[in-house]
Write a protein that binds this ligand. Structure first.
Ligand code: GTP
Ligand code: MG
Length: 400
């Protein structure tokens, strides 16, 4: 990756990034540190990674103590994320909606568990164009899940951390009832679905007042800013924040202020997977569902496990929906096997995003990058930090 670090160390670093357990991360990071040539230019990288290693070792120790004292391994509901995590949920019904069947169709996992109630999460890995997706088949969500019924708290806490929630809806049943039940439990748990993060943040400070700043033109041009500022201050005060800084980045509503004060509010992306599309009359249900929920769910996909029907490029559809773009890093002419995923909103990603994503030290000591764009037959172009990237670009970073 970098001319200072050397190819072996860069390869070890990539393995560290890919590692999924603490033990493996520690092993890979030790390997990386031992391979980095030690001189002035690499001092900072070595120090940074040594402190990272110390943190990982503390986590490993804490985990050992936890197992020793509680006698328990990690709960089956605490799932270690790997790749892009999709969680399948549905309302409780017997026979089930078809989540385990979908998991099996995509990943081959849990074949013997189809048709039986799934009491703990089942997990499988689906790979598409070298991108790994962790599919989690959750136990169905019961009424009252938000107050803990049927492991509701454990399930919802996983949903808070995932990349995409997949509402699985049996097309041969009343779809409205299924979707609304799920939405209701999520709403009660402060999980907001398919709405962007409102453009406001509130930080507690040591200062003796609440200050409100409007940081973009859009925010500064809001109607009656003085009145709005007073209202924001009142709500913030009532929410228990006496000293703080409120930053407004765009158009906001007063509900957004309330949400920003509540640390349990999360904003998640979700899609609908209609199931059992082979059964009679489900075509009509699918069309109706798609139409009536189009405001809330821009993506509804019809499936039938019985007919092995799910889009062949399901992975690509998910990546596009999550606004993620795939690029490849290169080191001394060798292209990494696994792609790197970078966010492609609100603007097109640049070399800067890639450098920061790999490691801040690459950004700080950045000199130039080489970009190969095979689709446009672009051979080795030398570029700077602001260069905008396209899907499948191959990028080699060079540091000073
Ligand atoms: N006709 C038809 N039946 C299906 C399809 N997918 C699943 N089923 C059937 O629906 C039943 C339930 O499927 P599961 O995959 O176990 O459902 P689940 O959502 O995992 O159920 P729980 O774990 O109980 O929440 C099984 O008998 C499946 O064979 C499908 O595409 N078409
Ligand atoms: Mg199941």
């Amino acid at each position: 990756m970098s001319s200072n670090i050397g190819s072996e160390a860069s390869a070890a670093y990539q393995k560290y990034l890919d590692a999924s357990s603490i033990d493996e991360k520690i092993k890979r990071l030790e390997e990386f540190i031992s391979l980095v040539p030690k001189h002035k230019a690499t001092e900072k990288i070595v120090a940074l990674n040594k402190s990272r290693l110390a943190k990982l070792r503390r986590e490993q120790e804490a985990e050992k103590i936890r197992i020793k004292t509680t006698g328990k391994k990690v709960s089956p509901f605490s799932i270690k994320k790997e790749g892009i995590q999709l969680i399948l949920i549905s309302d409780y019904h017997s026979p089930g909606v078809g989540k385990t069947s979908l998991l099996n169709l995509l990943t081959g996992a849990a074949k013997d568990k189809i048709g039986k109630f799934t009491p703990i999460p089942e997990i499988g890995i689906y790979e598409h164009k070298k991108v790994r997706y962790q599919i989690v088949d959750m136990p169905s969500i019961m009424e009252g899940a938000s107050s803990g019924i049927g492991n509701g708290r454990e399930i919802i806490s996983q949903l808070r951390a995932c990349d995409l929630i997949c509402f699985c809806v049996d097309l041969s049943r009343d779809y409205r009832e299924q979707i609304d039940k799920l939405l209701d439990e999520l709403k009660k748990s402060h999980v907001r679905i398919n709405v962007p993060h409102p453009p406001i943040t509130i930080e507690k400070t040591g200062s003796n007042k609440i200050q409100v700043f409007y940081l973009t033109n859009e925010a500064r041009e809001l109607n009656d800013v003085e009145d709005l500022t007073e209202k924001i201050k009142e709500i913030t005060h009532a929410g228990g924040v006496r000293n703080g800084i409120v930053k407004v980045f765009g158009k906001i509503e007063l509900d957004h202020v309330v949400d920003a004060l509540n640390p349990s509010v999360v904003y998640k992306k979700a899609i609908i997977l209609g199931t059992k599309g082979d059964l009679e009359l489900t075509k009509n249900t699918f069309d109706e569902l798609e139409k009536s929920y189009s405001n809330l769910f821009p993506l509804v996909i019809g499936t039938s496990v019985k007919m092995r029907k799910i889009p062949g490029d399901f992975g690509k559809i998910v990546l596009t929906y999550l606004h993620k773009m795939k690029v490849y890093t290169m080191n001394k002419g060798i292209v990494a096997e696994k792609p790197l995923l970078i966010d492609s909103t609100p603007n097109k990603p640049t070399i800067r995003d890639v450098a920061i994503k790999i490691h801040r030290s690459f950004y700080e000591s950045f000199d130039h990058a080489i970009v190969i764009r095979k689709d446009a037959r672009q051979e080795k172009k030398k570029v700077g930090l602001e260069y905008e990237l396209e899907e499948n670009d191959i990028i080699e970073l060079h540091t000073k």
